[in-house]
Design a protein around this ligand. Structure first.
Ligand code: BG6
Length: 302
């Protein structure tokens, strides 16, 4: 059975390899697990709630219509909670659109969002349709989002795939191809140009890399081998995050407590500014994740 619809989850199995699977929770349309040839690629907290009581800690949470907490009190996203409501709403499973590669779609529109949450964004005056498409290939997972303004009023939003990757040991993990990119360091509250050809991790890390050329592939490298390649379509920014010891200790749903050693978030999105959609307009963005391959060093003269 390539696609199984259990009550709360949808499981896709690759027709040519039954150890290649992806599991998506309908709540948040949150990918919980991506196994490629039997090997888990994503990190999911052992304390993650999958009963709809709070956003899932791990996998691929979906961030919409605001990234983080809006600081500008005049912006319509200001009243919203951190990372918006898409990750804490039950999405509708639309079904399978292709058997090979197995592909499924989920939708979110105001009917699925709680009236309390809706009111926090433009007084509930916005109408929208979000379609998430998840496609599983061998060595590859694609998640694509389409946002449509289905109402009369123009609105502005952020989008982010908050992807938690599983890594054997964060202290041996590197990320390349962010050199010379403008970034906003959320811990220092400062903007600067990244000068490290390869990023390594030895303390809390929380940076928004802005408007990165689409030709750049971010590679998560461990012990000289590429674990994952992250390619983006129409998602100019990337957040790189590891909470390290103190921050993960403060998150009740982050388990085990030393789990920060085995995770790294590399999160493609549109968060350094807002996407504006007029009545009837559509916007799409995607992250394409592939496993393995060779290290490719891309400076600004590649
Ligand atoms: C990251 C942010 O994307 O998400 C961090 O850059 C934040 O600042 C993290 O701490 C987790 O957010 P949350 O709301 O899931 O705890």
């Amino acid at each position: 059975m390539p696609v199984e619809d259990n009550d709360s989850q949808v499981v896709l199995t690759h027709p040519e390899d039954n150890s290649t699977t992806v599991t998506i929770l309908k709540y948040g349309a949150n990918v919980l697990s991506w196994k490629n040839k039997g090997k888990e690629q994503l990190w999911l907290s052992e304390g993650a709630k999958v009963d709809g009581s709070k956003p899932v800690r791990g996998g691929i949470p979906l961030v919409f219509p605001v990234f983080g907490k809006q600081k500008d009190a005049n912006h319509p996203t200001f009243p919203l909670p951190q990372h918006g409501f898409a990750r804490s709403s039950e999405w509708e499973f639309l079904g399978q659109t292709s058997a090979n590669p197995p592909t499924v779609q989920f939708a979110l529109s105001p009917e699925q969002v709680s009236s309390e949450a809706l009111k926090l964004w433009g007084n509930g005056d916005y109408d929208f349709t979000l379609i998430l498409t998840v496609s599983l290939e061998l060595d590859k997972l694609t998640t694509e989002i389409e946002v449509e303004n289905a109402g009369e009023k123009e609105f502005e939003f952020n989008w982010l795939f908050h992807t938690y990757f599983r890594v054997p040991d964060i202290t041996d993990t590197l990320v390349n191809n962010l050199i010379d990119q403008k970034c906003f360091d959320q811990l220092l509250a400062e903007e600067y140009v990244e000068k490290s050809p390869i990023i390594s991790f030895h303390e809390e890390f929380d940076r928004i890399y802005k408007k990165v050329d689409y030709g750049k592939t971010f590679q998560i490298i461990e012990f000289g081998k590429v674990l994952i390649n992250v390619v983006r379509k129409n998602l100019p920014d990337a957040v790189v995050w590891n909470p390290w010891i103190k921050k993960s200790d403060g998150m009740a749903d982050f388990l085990p407590k030393n789990g920060y050693l085995n995770m790294l978030c590399v999160e493609p999105g549109n968060v350094s500014d807002f996407v504006k959609l007029q009545k009837g307009e559509k916007w799409t963005g995607a992250q394409i994740l592939t496993v393995g391959g060779e290290i490719k060093v891309q400076s600004n003269i590649y």
